[in-house]
Design a protein around this ligand. Structure first.
Ligand SMILES: NC(=O)CC[C@H](N)C(=O)O
Length: 255
């Protein structure tokens, strides 16, 4: 009898744990119009806190995810395809409100301003108060790898992140105190600058000039997912507080 009781207890505990775990999971989309989206999808599949991973090509798909990654590729092409497929304005709206991480071309698209754009300028989604310098290190043959210290992600100098730079942009100007610098390129790759900013965070937006999805290291993907979960939880609590205040105000209103 008592062993049957403890069996029920364990089952009940498991159900509660599963419930808690599932409420702490999110679904993450990867913009799949052009570029290295498949590699991001693969990386996200290794993270237990991700309940589902969705390649995103339509506004409807965008509406069903909690957070988004805009991959590397070609920012001009991604913008063009997004416009032609009618998802551009929805993307802009999403980026304003929900956790989004841009890698390389994705970082360019999340910037409010860009240098070295294609002739006649190019469209940006914006959101980050930064100016980026496209193709800062030159063309494809100037691609390189560098070991980086990244705030919140690498714990010690012995544990750097292997960052892959491919026709990468850099962050040339930061226009708000809300932008947190996460990583700088400190070595000699770029002779014009002693230290070049290559990763930043601002509120619910994250941007890296390099390609974490092309390594075996999922630390930044994990960090993004954890940040997104915290952000969503904070917003939900905020909403509850607001509705409580509204409720009180209603009670106090003279009839
Ligand atoms: N690897 C990349 O994403 C390169 C970005 C590309 N240079 C652009 O401007 O969009």
């Amino acid at each position: 009898m008592s062993s049957q009781f403890s069996c029920y207890k364990i089952k009940f505990y498991q159900i509660i744990m599963n419930f808690i775990e599932s409420s702490q999971q999110i679904s993450v989309g990867v913009l799949a119009l052009q570029g290295a989206f498949q590699e991001h999808i693969h990386m996200l599949q290794s993270i237990p806190k991700v309940s589902s991973v969705l390649p995103v090509r339509t506004a409807e798909q965008l509406g069903s995810i909690d957070a988004l990654i805009i991959p590397g590729g070609e920012s001009t092409t991604i913008a063009l395809v997004a416009e032609h497929s009618g998802i551009w304005e929805n993307l802009k709206e999403f980026v304003r409100q929900k956790p989004t991480w841009g890698t390389c071309a994705g970082m360019i698209l999340l910037a409010n301003e860009a240098n070295n754009t294609k002739k006649g300028g190019q469209k940006l989604l914006g959101g980050l108060d930064i100016k980026v310098n496209r193709n800062h290190f030159g063309s494809q043959i100037d691609s390189f790898e560098s070991l980086l210290h990244i705030s919140h992600i690498t714990s010690s100098p012995e544990d750097p992140f292997p960052a892959v730079f491919i026709r990468a942009p850099t962050i040339s100007t930061i226009n708000s105190l809300d932008v947190e610098i996460l990583a700088k390129l400190e070595n000699n790759v770029d002779e014009t600058d002693a230290s070049t900013v290559v990763a930043v965070k601002q509120g619910h937006l994250l941007a890296t000039a390099f390609h974490p999805e092309l390594t075996n290291d999922n630390r930044i993907h994990k960090y993004f997912v954890e940040q997104a979960i915290n952000y969503i939880a904070t917003r939900q609590n905020g909403k509850k507080e607001i509705s409580l205040v509204d409720g009180n105000q209603n009670i106090q209103k003279p009839t």
